[in-house]
Design a protein around this ligand. Structure first.
Ligand code: CA
Length: 265
């Protein structure tokens, strides 16, 4: 099933009188931090980004032994490789979808070849930006958010059993937080030969902050807490560090990754 969501209109560059307004190019800066957390012996999260190419990726791997680390590393490197070698394509969203499919195939075929890696998989959340246009893609329960005018909005929708039950009216958000099934995701890269990412098309304005993160962050910190931290006008490296530190202070039950992208004039 193909899912395509349009969030908000693109910046209107045509005035009523028919004159094109000069719109400044949006310049992006970014930082990311990944941490093992306090309970896990390894870090199966991975991230990659290229400000130059407007590509940002966070993955959260799963699987026995080192398989989870391999799955997330393969997904990040394959997605980054394809998305930083786009030859002036007209459709960044389609390119991103293709990159996610290629990453899926790379992990799946590797798991097929090596029994020890059988069943490995990874989530993926990705942001692709081109001036004032932005696309978020996700598979699994790693999330993408946008902070605009001090208000945090979750852009992606978790592919998880509890999210499905919430949407079907069978569970409240509070119940989901305590559910023993809260770890069960309904889509992952690498576990099937084909996968479809959800794609969210949105606009970017100077001042916007985008956050990509693994569930090790969002399990420990509520959206209002994340919002209040993103509103602090901190250098992005400090912001990422503070988010990870706060998740560790709240328990650090899982690997924690935060990647923050700022749109500036
Ligand atoms: Ca995780």
């Amino acid at each position: 099933m193909r899912a395509w969501h349009l969030l908000g209109g693109l910046s209107d560059t045509l005035s009523d009188g028919g004159f094109y307004l000069a719109t400044a190019v949006v310049h992006y800066t970014a930082a990311a931090t990944s941490d093992r957390g306090r309970r896990r012996t390894s870090n199966e999260d991975a991230f990659g980004f290229s400000v130059e190419h407007g590509v940002y990726v966070v993955c959260d791997g799963m699987g026995g032994a080192a398989a989870g680390e391999i799955a997330s590393a393969v997904a990040v490197s394959e997605a980054m490789r394809l998305l930083t070698h786009r030859a002036g394509s007209k459709s960044p969203a389609a390119d991103a979808e293709q990159a996610v499919s290629a990453a899926n195939e790379a992990i799946f075929s590797r798991a097929q070849r090596n029994k020890k890696l059988s069943g490995m998989g990874t989530t993926l959340v990705s942001l692709v930006v081109e001036d004032r246009r932005a696309w978020m893609l996700n598979v699994g329960d790693s999330r993408g958010y946008r902070l605009r005018n001090g208000r945090l909005e979750q852009i992606t929708i978790d592919h998880s059993l509890v999210e499905e039950q919430i949407r079907a009216g069978q569970m409240s958000r509070m119940e989901a937080l305590r559910s023993p099934l809260r770890n069960v995701i309904t889509r992952a890269l690498g576990t099937q030969s084909r996968i479809t990412a959800d794609v969210f098309e949105l606009d970017a304005e100077p001042g916007d902050l985008f956050l990509l993160c693994s569930d090790g962050l969002t399990r420990e910190l509520s959206d209002p807490v994340i919002e209040s931290m993103l509103r602090l006008d901190l250098p992005l490296e400090d912001l990422c560090g503070r988010l990870v530190a706060a998740a560790n202070e709240a328990g650090g039950h899982d690997n924690i990754t935060s990647l923050v992208v700022r749109a500036g004039a």
